[in-house]
Design a protein around this ligand. Structure first.
Ligand code: SAM
Length: 236
């Protein structure tokens, strides 16, 4: 039946964006209200420190070339830039304006990072990034995206960065017998199979990573909001 002849009902509702970040006007409105820390989920000090500790425990060194995927307002970047050698940090995000706000307000020594290391990237295409990235992290990014986006993102990362030694990323997992509906994560956030924040089966996440050319290992850590941390080594 042509759309205009159908009775009005559920299918007349505007399509739901895949995440709040994909809602038109989201960044402009939140940034206008000075909310650059809230946009990435708040818990600024705690979460930045946790990410830093994860990277140091995994052996990240100042001479490495690091890519922060979905870096937001540089919650990690403001700690990592002073640790890495100058200009060894790169950041991408769906919103270039959010990256820039983090650079302007959160980065204390701007001489350590050229602003052209902040790259707006809507679909994991990594435009303008160098090939020699050695380590990467996507923290609390795929938690906002469906599995198909994880599959696409991981494939892009695997093919785009031949020198990559490892990638860390986080996801929400639900037990197989509770995958189909809302699931309350250990620290209270409710995740969903069909909208953000998205949860997946651990077997699907690991299979998706393998199909993209990685050997994935879930790491035993307790992360904010009950996220799982996966370390993925490229298969060569
Ligand atoms: C919860 S925040 C985490 C930000 C940062 N990783 C951190 O831990 O502070 C999620 C970030 O993912 C970004 N994002 C969402 N979808 C994205 C996509 N498809 N590509 C790149 N970034 C994306 C958002 O703009 C936001 O900055």
């Amino acid at each position: 039946m042509p759309r205009e002849e159908r009775p009005k009902g559920d299918d007349e509702r505007p399509e739901r964006p895949i995440s709040p970040y994909h809602t038109p006007g989201f960044y402009a409105e939140a940034l206008a209200r000075g909310r650059h820390r809230d946009i990435v989920g708040g818990r600024w000090e705690e979460t930045g420190l946790i990410q830093m500790q994860l990277l140091l425990n995994a052996g990240l060194e100042p001479q490495h070339h690091f890519l922060d995927i979905g870096a937001g307002s540089l919650r990690l970047g403001c700690r990592l830039v002073p640790y890495l050698q100058p200009n060894h940090y790169w950041a991408t995000d769906l919103s270039g304006a959010l990256l820039q706000r983090g650079y302007d307000l959160e980065l204390t020594d701007k001489s350590r990072l050229s602003p052209d290391h902040l790259i707006e990237d809507t679909n994991f295409n990594f435009p303008g990034l160098p090939d020699h990235i050695t380590h990467a992290m996507a923290f609390a990014v795929f938690t906002h995206l469906p599995l198909a986006h994880l599959a696409h993102g991981l494939k892009q990362i695997r093919t785009r960065f031949p020198a990559l030694e490892w990638l860390m990323f986080t996801v929400f997992i639900a037990p197989d017998d509770q995958i189909a509906g809302p699931f309350r994560q250990p620290d209270g956030v409710v995740t969903h199979p069909d909208r953000a924040p998205w949860h997946h089966r651990i077997s699907d996440v690991l299979e998706t990573a393998r199909a993209a050319g990685f050997a994935p290992t879930p790491l035993p850590t307790e992360l904010p909001r009950g996220q799982w941390l996966i370390q993925a080594h490229p298969l060569r």
